[in-house]
Design a protein around this ligand. Structure first.
Ligand SMILES: NC(=O)c1ccc[n+]([C@@H]2O[C@H](COP(=O)([O-])OP(=O)(O)OC[C@H]3O[C@@H](n4cnc5c(N)ncnc54)[C@H](OP(=O)(O)O)[C@@H]3O)[C@@H](O)[C@H]2O)c1
Length: 322
């Protein structure tokens, strides 16, 4: 598997394993999944305090305990900020106390002394950036966190927070799949019809490329917000036809094409693979060797825009007069 430099400073595999769903499978299977990921070349593992209310991190801590030496060869990431008190309320806490306490609890569950990267899970309307700065400085100087980042931040919130910090933000984790393209839509606006030609994130990916902030793509197979995978979704006939054709031409699975589409972007976006099935994971990892041409990349993107009724339909390139 190829490697990338996250934020220009941290070397890691170009794909990561997202551990959100791990706690839903038996521990032994989660251990096999993790070790399979490592054997396939994945070195980066994404966690959050809320995944299974800490259960996914606990699993991973047990895996590290049973596989001594593994920790030195991987990069571990966690996040905090989401507070789920009830089913219906989603609060966000980026206070200094909450950040420090959450990292300390994650370290205990993960049975490690440090996180390679730590992210704020969501932007917080009530954010006090000076508090975040203090928390980040304490965590960095105590050796508990090497690098920092955020998730689901739009450009202005990212700029605002960075302007108050001593630590550089090197990651912004956002939703992106070939069937969920909001992250890249602002740059492709001319391909979008008038109604959908709106910038929802402040051109955040362009801002990130300017500032060497790595994008991590969460839910790389999903449509909408946990709407299920796009493969065999009746709402995406053109996309599935194009993906299946390319899969056949290149001798890989449709899943590998979906990830190759993300990897083809020059921003060097790191997809977070969420499968809990180790055979599927092995198959997805073959994406690392797949090259998509510009034409193929745009064909898949356009297919999604057509399937979602968001494409600019018309022809601005008139045929020459006879
Ligand atoms: N920052 C955030 O706000 C945020 C939000 C969500 C997720 N995340 C991160 O992103 C990671 C990935 O998210 P995700 O799990 O939603 O991503 P995903 O990889 O798009 O989805 C994985 C899910 O799709 C299922 N699936 C069914 N058919 C599949 C196929 N052909 N190929 C691949 N998967 C298939 C998998 O089932 P099987 O397990 O049976 O394969 C699994 O339940 C998470 O683990 C977490 O680390 C971050």
């Amino acid at each position: 598997m190829k490697h990338i430099m996250i934020g220009g400073v941290l070397e890691a595999s170009e794909m990561a394993l997202g551990c959100m769903r791990d706690c839903r499978i038996p521990f032994e299977d989660a251990e096999k999944l993790t070790l399979t990921a490592y054997e396939e070349g994945i070195t980066f593992f994404d966690h959050a305090d809320v995944y299974g209310f800490g259960a996914s991190e606990e699993y991973f801590g047990r895996i590290l305990e049973r596989n001594p030496g593994l920790r030195n060869h991987i990069q571990l990431q966690s996040k905090c900020a989401l507070i789920r008190d009830t089913e219906k309320t989603l609060a966000i806490d980026t206070s200094k106390e909450h950040i420090i306490e959450s990292v300390e609890n994650s370290l205990k569950r993960l049975k490690t002394d440090y996180l390679d990267t730590f992210l704020l899970h969501r932007a917080d309307t009530l954010i006090e950036p000076e508090e975040v700065a203090e928390a980040f400085d304490i965590l960095h100087s105590s050796g508990k966190v090497r690098y920092f980042g955020v998730s689901n931040f739009k450009t202005m919130d990212l700029m605002f927070l960075q302007s108050c910090l001593n630590q550089r933000l090197i990651i912004n984790q956002m939703q992106l799949s070939v069937a969920h393209t909001e992250l890249i839509d602002p740059t492709a606006s001319i391909q979008l019809n008038e109604i959908d030609n709106v910038d929802r994130n402040g051109g955040v990916l362009t801002y990130m490329r300017m500032n060497k902030i790595t994008a991590q793509a969460w839910s790389p197979f999903q449509v909408r917000f946990y709407g299920g995978v796009f493969m065999n979704d009746d709402g995406y006939p053109r996309l599935n036809a194009a993906v299946n054709r390319m899969a056949e031409e290149k001798g890989v699975s449709p899943s590998a094409i979906a990830i190759a589409w993300i990897l083809r972007h020059p921003a060097k976006i790191q997809p977070l693979i969420g499968t809990t099935n180790k055979e599927r994971l092995k198959d997805i990892c073959t994406a690392s060797g797949v090259e998509l041409s510009r034409l193929e990349w745009y064909e898949l993107y356009s297919a999604t825009l057509y399937d979602e009724g968001r494409a600019q339909i018309g022809n601005s390139n008139p045929k020459p007069a006879k």
